[in-house]
Design a protein around this ligand. Structure first.
Ligand code: SME
Length: 172
């Protein structure tokens, strides 16, 4: 019986040097492996952010999940699994980069957070940011937020690959 619960994956990720594209191309099959056969959403979100952190070592990498603050419609994002400094726990729809990505159902690349009106500064060290919505059945159900200590750190390559990565996650 016990064997059923043993970790079947190899315990270590293969972390590579190389271009951004090469790093994502190496990581994606490994993320698929981590997700395979595991239905639990918290476990899967936690491993995805850990894998991204290990490969890229960004300042902050994590998910915010769409929730309802009361019995009403889904109106806020609540902090989910992340790696990095402690962060704000709740973000309203349309607020900050995360709430704007949710409202627009679009990836937002912010080259300089100080120039994004309404940016929510969870860490004073963050200089640039990308937020990728997780869309299922035409609805945003979460966002992946990544922060860097460097200005202008994220580009179209990050957008393309992070969108692919969030597609891999089964939200049930
Ligand atoms: N900067 C985000 C808030 C989340 S933290 O960066 C972790 C925003 O403006 O929505």
């Amino acid at each position: 019986m016990i064997e059923e619960y043993l970790c079947s994956m190899s315990e270590e990720l293969n972390i590579i040097a190389g271009t951004k594209t090469e790093q994502y191309e190496s990581l994606i099959p490994q993320i698929k492996g981590l997700l395979e056969g595991e239905p639990d959403i918290v476990a899967n979100l936690a491993n995805v952010v850990a894998a991204l952190k290990e490969q890229f070592d960004w300042l902050w990498t994590g998910f915010y999940i769409v929730r309802s603050s009361s019995a009403s419609a889904k109106d806020e994002l609540v902090l989910g699994p992340f790696q990095g400094p402690v962060a704000c726990t709740r973000i309203r729809k349309g607020k900050g980069v995360c709430g704007t990505s949710w409202e627009k159902a679009q990836t937002i690349i912010v080259p300089d957070v100080e120039k994004f009106p309404g940016h929510i500064a969870c860490s004073g060290l963050s200089k640039s940011e990308i937020v990728v919505p997780v869309i299922r059945n035409n609805e945003v159900i979460a966002v992946l937020d990544v922060d860097s200590e460097e200005l202008n750190h994220f580009d179209e390559t990050d957008k393309v690959y992070l969108e692919k990565i969030v597609e891999l996650i089964a939200f049930n």
